[in-house]
Design a binder for this molecule. Structure first.
Ligand SMILES: [Zn+2]
Length: 214
């Protein structure tokens, strides 16, 4: 039986730095530590293959790819929804999140030293002060900031950030991944509808299991 998910480990092309591991994220909580995933990036075997094809392109341009999110355990997604119930920020349920299917990644291009290139905002639009405001029920400024996540966002003063955003899209789409118009950091597998939610039990014999096709 083939594995449901496979791990991507950090190397010369990929940097694994999951944002929901540790507290530097919009939730200000170590969600992936809590559910037992840690800083480990898992994806569908087919997505891992796509990422293998990406290596050549990254190397050609002296770039590396930092992965900020991959597979997300459904329990983690539920915790996240509880902390940030803002509509449109997280998928409404784990079943609807491609991260919980292992068929999506959140990424940002880095230079060969591993330093993030300039982009219109951080992945997820993360800024500590916005995370704190949201906790106090103040959404307006963050919602405005999230405009910077869209491919339609343009600024004459930030040409470099926009060029990097568009370069990242071109590179990832060249191997068949699909961009999301309102989140430049998020990419889905081309045939994402094909996959279902994957459950997670860090103590089980099979860490990953599916209720549909086990
Ligand atoms: Zn995402």
């Amino acid at each position: 039986m083939s594995k449901l998910l496979e791990e991507i480990t950090g190397d010369k092309d990929f940097i694994i730095d999951l944002m929901y591991f540790g507290t530097q994220n919009m939730l200000l909580q170590d969600i992936y530590g809590k559910v037992g995933l840690g800083n480990r990036c898992f994806v569908r075997p087919e997505l891992k293959e796509i990422l293998e094809n990406l290596r050549k392109e990254l190397q050609k341009q002296n770039l590396r790819l930092k992965i900020k999110d991959g597979y997300r355990p459904p329990k983690a997604h539920e915790l996240m929804l509880k902390i940030i119930p803002m509509e449109g920020f997280f998928a409404r349920s784990p079943e609807r999140s491609q991260h919980c299917h292992g068929s999506a990644i959140d990424v940002i291009l880095c230079d060969e030293m591993g330093k993030e290139l300039k982009f219109p905002c951080n992945v997820d639009g993360y800024e500590k002060h916005f995370a704190q405001e949201i906790r106090n029920g103040e959404w307006a400024a963050f919602r405005q900031h999230l405009e910077r996540g869209k491919y339609s966002w343009e600024s004459a003063q930030e040409k470099e950030a926009i060029a990097n955003r568009n370069l990242q899209r071109a590179i990832l789409e060249s191997v068949g991944l699909k961009a999301l118009e309102h989140e430049w950091w998020h990419f889905n597998m081309p045939d994402k509808e094909h996959y279902g939610m994957v459950d997670f039990d860090p103590t089980g014999k099979n860490m990953f299991y599916s209720k549909n096709n086990s």
